[in-house]
Design a protein around this ligand. Sequence first.
Ligand SMILES: *Cc1c(COP(=O)(O)O)cnc(C)c1O
Length: 471
Amino acid sequence: MTSRSVGRTPCVRAPKIRQSPDEHTPSETPGDTVTQPNRTAIGFDEGSNGAAHWFGELTRRRSAGPISAQHKVLPRSLSPETLAVHAGTYEDPITGSVGTPIFQTSTFLLDDASYGAFSDGALRDVPIYTRYGNPSQWSVQEKIAALEGAESALVTSSGMSAIANTIYALTNSGSHIISAYDVYGGTYNLLREDMPSAGREVTFVDPTDIEAIRSAVRPETQVLFFEALTNPLLKAPAIRQIAGIAAAANALLVVDNTFLTPVLMQPLALGADVVIHSATKYLAGHSDLTAGAAAGRRKFLDRIWAQTLRFGGTLEPLSCFLLERGIKTLPLRIEKQNDNAREIAKFLASHERVAEVYHPALGGDRYADLEHADYRGYGGMVSFEVNGGDAAALAFMRNLTVPYVATSLGGVESLVSMPSNTSHSSLTTRQMSLIGINPGLVRFSAGIENARDLIGDLRHALDALDEEGVR
Ligand SMILES: *Cc1c(COP(=O)(O)O)cnc(C)c1O
């Protein structure tokens, strides 16, 4: 650390997280467990002329964290594009590293601050053990919190970890939960299989039927759980109205925002209490990791964090790095995926081998009640029914050359699959038709490829069905 540290005058930057005892200021003598200015100071460049000065005053804002003095905290009023790149970055005072280092460690040196955290119950705010917290997690958590307009966020080892920990944390035995009968399969199984034995009763409703949701409310209802856009039929529940029902019932609204991402909808601003992500999908965006996230007010996130300590499911530092890097391009990717999905939906609606197309940008009766002002776009998913049923849909998918035939979604590469033989294969034909999953339904996750190439490939794969004699 020679020329670098001289140029960066580390002495005027906020102190690093770990202080050896002899670095303590008089107010931090052993036994003084509350004062931890090194961990609570906000901003990254107090008084120096460092390169990071360009945000000026904007940087000196408090956050509910957890963060350290080195984590970049930006006001939530900045644009998603800016927050996605900069929010939460750990600015290492020793090396001047532009990106967040990977804190590949399971544990941290114990010092007075750690012991203070133990005695004060402030274990979420001090790096002690990675299941409890790690600066790599804090970076990506602050980025997600900033994008969702939340006080605090938590990253977990999968979307299901975020969902299970959140639902357990926010309900007690004897309570009641309302959700959608066509919620993500893993969520449905958790609600259906595990909640009753844990003493939570669940009512499943049509997420677009506001009156059904309202009349499902009971005195003991604690959580309403809905998806911002549903899988695979892209139903768009009225989140703002459901938030009103939850508030009137003194219950919490949890929204799984995986399909829209905060770039397109911020459920917290519409009245939701906690937002969930399968970060495996759009947030990470490259189909290369499994992760989840929850975001909301610190008091809720502290409970979810405590639940995650007990159940496990923390996110590994290397995956935090990959997720943080992925989110930097989220707004760019989403814009392209929106455009591609919209163009694909329009093309499919005009093709005679396609019976039905599901995408909010197409409008129509299905989306008559959509509060367009609540969306900045409708995402990269398109579902459609191939004439000829499941056999024709399978033949169609085999004819595609650009997208991969695989489950999952939200990656830079287009993915295509059929719900009936993957995500929804455990349902009976009757259950599927109740949800609206008709024979021949295909789900397309638009990547960031060229729209003309994707549409050309789709056209070829559909036209070839006739040549192959598939009916
Ligand atoms: C994939 C998905 C999940 C589960 O996330 P994992 O990361 O696979 O655990 C939850 N909700 C939705 C909407 C999803 O698409």
